[in-house]
Every structure is written in C-alpha cells, then in structure tokens.
Design a protein around this ligand. Structure first.
Ligand code: ADP
Ligand SMILES: O=P(O)(O)O[C@H]1O[C@H](CO)[C@@H](O[C@H]2O[C@H](CO)[C@@H](O)[C@H](O)[C@H]2O)[C@H](O)[C@H]1O
Length: 453
C-alpha cells in the first residue's frame, strides 16, 4: 500500500482504539470507519513504521480522528502485537524499541510531505541515538522520553488547527515565563481528506524540554497530606506560578468578557449531559443549578487559560514549579478549548485537586486532613490573589462545575475514584438524599475528604 491510501479496517483495530487510555469516546459506542496510512518514516531491524489516522464513527454520525503509530514486520516483535495486515504483522509502535528509533530519526532527518511535517527549530541537544522509552504513568496522549533531554508527545486525538499545547508553550517561551517547559519543535501536517473534501491542517506531535528531577505535584501533595507535612509554601508557589502564566496568556492572546448568564446556562447544560453519563448526580441537580445561577447578571473577564489545571499538571523541579499540558479539558471540543475563559476555572481546578490529595490520608475526613486542606487552599489563593466581591461566587461555580466534570471522568476512567468528586459535590450542595456514601479501601484513592468551600 502506498502512503496516504486508505486501507481496509482490520478487525483488531476497534479493540486497539476503543480500549486505549487516550480514546475519548468510551461508553458512546461506534467503531473505526476508516484508517489511512501517512508517510513511511523508515525501517530498522526489519520493522517499518508509519503514522496512521483512524477515524472513529459514533452511532449519532459524529466522528473523531486518532493518531496511531504502527510498526510492521514479517516476524512478531516481543511486545505490542496488534494483528495481521496486508503490510505484515502490525504492532503498536510505541511498544517496539526499533520503531521508536525510526520515529526519532525521521524527526531529525526532517523529511516532509504535506501530511507529516517535522519542524525542530531548537533541536540542538537531540541525537538519533538517545535512548527512548514511553512514559508509563497516566496520560491522555503518548509521551516518549528522549534520553534525559526532551519529551516527544504524540497527540492521539487529532483536531483541526494548531494544537493548544504547542501554541501556549510557544507563547510562554516567547514571554520568558519560567514556569513552563521550553518548546523544541513539533510535527505539523494534514488530516487525510475524505473524498471530495479539502485537507485540514493538524498537529501530530510536539517536542519539549524534559524537566529533570521533576516530582509529580499530585504525588507530592498526597504524600504531604498523608504524613501531615505542611504543604502551604508549595501551594503558595503554585499560586504564584499560575498567576505568572495567566499574566503572560492575558498579554498574548485575545481577552474579552463573557456573559454570566451564558456561563451558568452552559454549566447547567454540562450538568444535564453529565447526569446522563452519571445518574448519581441527579439528586444534586437543583442545588448545583443554584450555585451556577449566582453568575447571572455579571460579566466575567475572560482570557486564554490552562483549562484543565490540577496537581497532575504540575511538576516540582529543583528550580520551582512547572506547569504542563495546556491542551484543556480532553472532553471539550478544540473550538471550545480555544475560547477565552475565566481564570477562576484554573484556580478552581487546583482547589479541587487539593481535595483529591487528601485521599492519601488515613482519615481523609478527619480534622488533620481538613486542616491541611484549609491551609493549602488559603496559601494558594493568598499567593494567586484572593477572589474579591462576586469573584468568590464565580470561584464556587467553577469548583462545582469542575467536580461535575470529574464525576463523569471518574465514571468513565476510574470508577474507584468516584467518591472523591461526589463527596465534594455533597459538600458544595447538601442534597435532600443525603451525602454520597464514602467507600473505603479502594486501591487507588480511598475515601475522600469533605471539602471546604
Ligand atoms: N516537560 C516535561 N518534563 C518531564 N516530564 C514531563 C514533561 N511533560 C510531561 N511530563 C510527564 O508526562 C506525564 C504526562 O504528561 P501530560 O502533558 O499531562 O500528557 P497528557 O496530555 O498525555 O496527559 C506528566 O504527568 C509528567 O509526569
Ligand atoms: O489526563 P489529563 O491530565 O488531561 O487530565 C484528566 O485526568 C486527570 C486524572 O489523571 C483528571 O484529574 C482528576 O484527578 C486528579 C488526580 O489524579 C486530581 O488531582 C484532579 O483534581 C482531578 O480533576 C482530570 O480532571 C482529567 O481531565
């Protein structure tokens, strides 16, 4: 098969895409309707590598595009086997070391065609023989660690236009913001066009500075709460880092104001969609709508923000906090994620995340964890800038909205963690039906603390 041509969809592809961590349509049904191979990137040790675009079609007729990186060989590789194909045995290339080397070499070689265009303006420290490994933790895309130099982030869900992570890292680098990683390069290209359609630009990958000795903010905060260690100074530094990023984004991208009535209506609509995915929310509907309703009659300043800010998006390096992953909420469309939004959405995301961190404590609802939470919230807000006047209501509405989003996220991805956002919702909006029962003894999170609001 030549590059760019459409191939018959092999049977194993539905399983590969539908069960992947990066697949955003879990629970919505559908299947792969077509798959198109882009350019062959090269061959090494009998393994040929090609990025491919799989189109997933949902029962309602909508569709999404996902990037696959496929390695083909005549013999089975030790890991990553997907199934047979007309090109040989297909493998998930992120699990085949030789295939990852082919990918890196092709970026450095820089060969381009319309569909796949590597651009590495700052690749001084990259070399084809650097060891490569796929990051093994939670991620919505696929991060390949390139030695200790860079991270190659393969975007999985492909969307039209410039990727937000590339755009924001670029802007923050130009503004000399120290609390984000440096952007080294990217792979732009085109989504394969269906018959009779014009090709649409997209981005396939990004290469950024690999932060060294970086501790995950969520792990750090959770451990601090579990051991009773003070986290206030760290929380204050996080507040400063977010304020620095917000200031740069404010000065770089368009700003506007948004209508509080519309924001409240959008939150209520999101809630109704959330209730369909997570009926457990329905008892809280009226109370949540009331919280959202406090935005009515106000105009809220809006600007480009992070959009999915939580402790898992922060890394503590020896030089201070770094904020990562500026792609916004994975469940929103790119058009929605590009729109200016209230900076209080990011603040609320971090406050919610501090609540998640209390799950590390033996007694998440006990006085020590509650005090820890109150202290870190106060320190973070103090350093970021306390909400003034009606901003406190805006912040509460965004916290409630974020918790609603989290309920759906947990239902779909980590049902064991569901008690955490549910208990937050119970404390924001005590319901007639009583609080969500806190379960204990889950492997991951354990019971969640009641949260301050
Ligand atoms: N620049 C970086 N330096 C070091 N580690 C990073 C960097 N960017 C991301 N990581 C690690 O990779 C993980 C996933 O990255 P993230 O950008 O959140 O990916 P995704 O969009 O796939 O969720 C992070 O939690 C972090 O541990
Ligand atoms: O994968 P992303 O980083 O884009 O974010 C998604 O996954 C996050 C979980 O990994 C999820 O965050 C939720 O869990 C965190 C603890 O693991 C917690 O700190 C956050 O407050 C909570 O929202 C995030 O919402 C989701 O978009």
């Amino acid at each position: 098969m030549t590059s760019g041509a459409m191939e018959q969809v092999p049977g194993w592809l539905n399983e590969h895409v539908g069960s992947a961590r990066w697949f955003g349509g879990k629970g919505r049904g559908g299947e792969v309707s077509r798959v198109v191979g882009l350019r062959w990137l090269g061959e090494r040790d009998g393994v040929r590598v090609r990025p491919e675009v799989a189109t997933w079609r949902y029962p309602d007729g909508s569709q999404e595009h996902y990037q696959l990186l496929v390695a083909y060989s005549d013999a089975e590789q030790p890991a990553g086997v997907l199934g047979p194909s007309s090109e040989g045995i297909a493998h998930d290339a992120t699990r085949v070391p030789a295939a990852l080397q082919v990918l890196l070499a092709s970026l450095l070689d820089g060969a381009q065609d319309e569909q796949w265009q590597p651009v590495i303006p700052d690749g001084r420290r990259l070399a084809a023989d650097l060891p490569l490994s796929v990051y093994g933790g939670e991620q919505s895309n696929t991060n390949v660690m390139v030695g200790d130099v860079a991270i190659l982030k393969l975007f999985r869900k492909l969307e039209p236009g410039r990727n937000l992570d590339i755009q924001v890292h670029d802007a923050l680098g130009r503004a000399s913001v120290g609390s984000a990683a440096r952007l080294y390069g990217w792979v732009a290209g085109e989504l394969p066009a269906a018959e009779g359609e014009e090709p649409v630009e997209t981005d396939y990958a990004m290469v950024v500075e690999q932060l060294q000795d970086a501790a995950d903010g969520f792990v750090m905060a959770r451990e601090a709460c579990a051991s009773g260690a003070d986290f206030s100074q760290e929380a204050a530094a996080l507040g400063e880092a977010l304020a620095e990023v917000h200031a740069a984004l404010h000065d770089t991208f368009d700003t506007t104001t948004v209508d509080g009535d519309e924001v409240a209506a959008t939150m209520a609509r999101r809630l109704d969609e959330a209730i369909e995915a997570a009926p457990v929310l329905s008892d809280h509907r009226d109370g949540l709508v009331q919280v959202f309703g406090r935005l009515a009659g106000h105009r809220l300043p809006a600007q480009r923000i992070h959009g999915d800010f939580h402790l898992g998006q922060t890394l503590r390096t020896p030089d201070g906090w770094r904020i990562i992953d500026f792609e916004g909420e994975p469940m929103k469309t790119l058009a929605e994620r590009r729109l200016p939004d209230s900076p209080w959405r990011d603040v609320a995301g971090m406050l919610r995340s501090f609540g998640y961190a209390t799950s590390g404590s033996d007694d998440p609802t006990g006085p020590a964890a509650r005090q820890w939470l109150a202290d870190v919230r106060a320190a973070f807000l103090g350093a970021y800038g306390e909400p003034r006047g009606g901003e406190a209501d805006v912040l509460s509405a965004y916290e409630a909205d974020k918790a609603t989003y989290e309920v759906v996220y947990e239902v779909r991805n980590r049902p064991d963690w569901l008690p955490i956002p549910m208990s937050a919702i119970s404390s924001i909006v005590p319901s007639r039906a009583g609080n969500y029962p806190l379960t204990s003894g889950t492997n991951h999170a354990g019971p969640a603390a009641d949260e301050e609001n």
